[in-house]
Design a protein around this ligand. Structure first.
Ligand SMILES: [Zn+2]
Length: 223
């Protein structure tokens, strides 16, 4: 018999939540699960920098903290590149500037404290830089200090953002096959199942949904 204790959600709140489609189900009351809320989600140095960063971007972008690299990047042909996927799975970037409307990542920011001088950490940093470069996303390293110059940081961020690569929109065509301009792998011909273009033929990346590159029309000679 399971030792897990549960209890039925009762009272007005549970009834109201069910009415709007939220069913709490059976709430575990077992207090033995070893989860606790961290008091150091951001370290004091990260928190200090975070506030300066907010001043520097003047509300133009959205800042995400501690973002896992596998939420930002994907590997093409995952079956062949499992090793590369594993290499980014447990790594994160300290801060990520995103377009506030689309949440498209625009710039990674690493706060380099004393630990970044260690050899192992430098190897990790180098690899992360290579990942960003391969994907065409700029990354900025800011040395951790006691104080930051807001206007100087603002200027560095502005120039870093300008180095973001734009993906050419035209796919390469070789032997009748179209290659995704971002992933450089053959695109797949599909039929739109919904939306304004329902029933129309288009070419989509085989890495969908991670890559949403599409070309409309079924004539491969047209490109
Ligand atoms: Zn693609």
């Amino acid at each position: 018999m399971s030792k897990k204790k549960t209890t039925e959600p009762v009272g007005c709140l549970a009834v109201l939540l069910k009415l709007v489609g939220i069913d709490l189900g059976r709430i575990p009351t077992d207090k033995t699960l070893p989860f606790h809320l961290r008091d150091n989600f951001l370290s004091p140095a990260e928190l200090s920098f975070y506030h300066v960063l907010l001043q520097s971007i003047r509300g133009e972008y959205t800042v995400c903290s501690k973002v896992n690299l596998s939420d930002v990047f994907f590997v093409s042909r995952p079956n062949e590149n499992q090793g590369y996927r594993n290499k980014i799975d447990r790594k994160h970037v300290d801060f990520l500037l995103c377009d506030s409307k689309t949440m498209q990542p625009l710039l990674g920011i690493e706060l380099d404290d004393a630990s970044h001088a260690k050899k192992k950490r430098q190897e990790r940093d180098q690899f992360v830089d290579q990942v960003f470069a391969a994907a065409g996303l700029p990354i900025l390293h800011v040395p951790a200090t006691r104080g930051y110059n807001v206007s100087e940081l603002s200027e560095i961020i502005r120039s870093s953002l300008q180095s973001k690569k734009t993906v050419p929109r035209t796919p390469r065509v070789l032997n009748g096959e179209r290659f995704c301009p971002k992933c450089q792998i053959p695109m797949v011909q599909r039929i739109a199942s919904k939306g304004m273009k329902k029933g129309q033929s288009f070419w989509g990346c085989a890495n969908y949904p991670e890559c949403r590159e599409t070309v409309w029309g079924d004539d491969s000679s047209a490109v």
